[in-house]
Design a protein around this ligand. Structure first.
Ligand code: 5GP
Length: 211
């Protein structure tokens, strides 16, 4: 018999955004490794594959023609140009997955977040990570010390531009310690799953209680 914790529920779209260097990738990996009910939404992109990336796992790497065809066929939930390349979230799978209670993690920028939210507010949870200080961010973006001052300055400029979109999110978490930040993000996910509107199995369960 169903207990309240195994009731049917609708999945959610969990968006994690941050300026690069604020820990988004680490937190994403930890979430995916530690929770079997959430999987990564794999975007399509026209960007060339980087060493170590796997087609179909990190991204669906597609040509410009294929991307344009997908846009024309309305196959994307949202798409955007980021740093000169096209990125988009394919609708296929996600629609059915949400109905089946599958949660999706989105590693997308603020433009994609806005579009997803406009299309489907009820399923979207938006989380933004901030660095603890501008010095800490600078340290992360300085990298291996091989980049020129100009390159680092450009990265900082981009990070500041990304930070300026913090107010388009439901939750904002300052990542001053990775484990604490991860636990907070996981708690947000857990609480959002328990929202009444997402617990589609509740009506039948409560009816049973009242019989
Ligand atoms: P990268 O090329 O470094 O993997 O990603 C570059 C940027 O594109 C990141 O900020 C990432 O969040 C964003 N991005 C990745 N996939 C998507 C997507 O499907 N839609 C949007 N709007 N942005 C994406």
């Amino acid at each position: 018999m169903a207990t309240p914790n195994t009731l049917q529920r609708r999945g959610l779209m969990f968006i994690l955004s941050s300026p690069s260097g604020a820990g988004k990738t680490t937190i994403s990996h930890k979430l995916l490794a530690g929770d079997t009910e959430i999987c990564l939404s794999v975007s399509a992109t026209t960007r060339p594959m980087r060493p170590g990336e796997v087609d179909g796992q990190d991204y669906h790497f597609v040509s410009h023609q294929e991307f344009d065809r997908m846009v024309a066929n309305d196959e994307f939930y949202e798409w955007a140009q980021v740093f000169g390349h096209c990125y988009g979230t394919p609708k296929v799978q996600i629609r059915q997955g949400l109905k089946d209670g599958q949660d999706y993690l989105f590693d997308i920028d603020w433009q994609g977040t806005q579009q997803l939210y406009q299309k489907d507010q009820q399923d979207v949870v938006r989380v933004f990570l901030l660095p603890p200080s501008i010095e800490a961010l600078q340290q992360r973006l300085t990298g291996r010390g091989t980049d020129t001052a100009d390159v680092i300055a450009a990265r900082m400029e981009r990070a500041r531009a990304e930070i300026s979109h913090w107010d388009g999110y439901d939750y904002v978490v300052v990542n001053d310690e990775i484990e604490a930040c991860y636990i907070t993000v996981r708690e947000i996910l857990q609480a959002e799953r328990m929202k009444r509107a997402r617990q589609t199995g509740l009506i039948g369960f409560v009816r049973g209680l009242m019989r």
